[in-house]
Design a binder for this molecule. Structure first.
Ligand SMILES: C[S@@+](CC[C@H](N)C(=O)[O-])C[C@H]1O[C@@H](n2cnc3c(N)ncnc32)[C@H](O)[C@@H]1O
Length: 199
């Protein structure tokens, strides 16, 4: 199905995808990228906080949605990713709205004041419950909490005591049962939770 998004091809995007392939680095991929852009455009997102950014592939899609006047906060503990992300995004003409925090994602979120139109989570999976707890109060009413890998290749069906699977399962349950949110799991790639804050 990725060929349906072939119209998005450009040199920088293809370079990022080749770099991920070469490293075996888990980017969100073309179809989920499109999903992020569509979700951001659908809520008129201007201010986005991303937990776990790598070298900027998912940020590419956020920046397409917000344009130059947005405000996108990226986070990663690996300082090597910051330079790569800013270079890719600059060459794609999409670095204008971006601030990159080389820090623990939740510490950076805590240090950045204000509400967001979207908080997006893609950190290490054991961190998912804490990310939801920290992120849920930072999204404006009418905004989105979005989280990748929520099907975890099907392992959430029977977590079996494995730490990442248990953490994702607990997060799915916490989000689905939160009365201030309406949520669903979009089964694109590895499953993306899209949760809308309703109160
Ligand atoms: C799955 S990759 C992110 C991919 C990225 N969202 C994309 O699709 O292009 C996860 C990244 O989060 C970073 N990371 C994991 N846990 C983190 C944490 N607690 N704080 C900051 N960065 C974290 C890792 O270093 C890694 O680069």
């Amino acid at each position: 199905m990725a060929e349906l998004a072939a119209g998005d091809d450009n040199d920088v995007l293809l370079e990022m995808e080749a770099h991920a392939e070469e490293l075996g680095f888990p980017i969100i991929g073309r179809l989920c990228g499109r999903l992020l852009e569509v979700m951001a455009r659908s809520v008129g997102a201007r201010r986005i906080f991303e937990l776990g950014s790598g070298f900027g592939y998912s940020a590419y899609w956020w920046a397409r949605a917000t344009g130059r006047t947005g405000e996108i906060h990226l986070t990663d503990t690996d300082p090597g990713n910051e330079a790569k992300a800013l270079d890719y995004l600059r060459r794609a003409g999409l670095d204008q709205p971006v601030t990159y925090h080389v820090a623990d994602a939740l510490e950076a979120l805590s240090a950045t004041p204000g509400e967001f139109d979207i908080v997006y989570c893609d950190v290490d999976k054991e961190g998912y419950p804490g990310a939801w707890e920290a992120g849920r109060s930072r999204v404006r009413v009418g905004g989105l909490y979005i989280c990748d890998n929520m099907l975890w290749s099907g392992r959430v069906i029977d977590p079996g005591g494995e730490a990442s699977s248990e953490a994702i399962d607990a997060t799915n349950r916490a989000i689905a049962s939160d009365e201030a949110w309406r949520s669903t799991i979009v089964p694109t790639r590895d499953g993306v939770v899209v949760a809308l804050r309703i109160e």
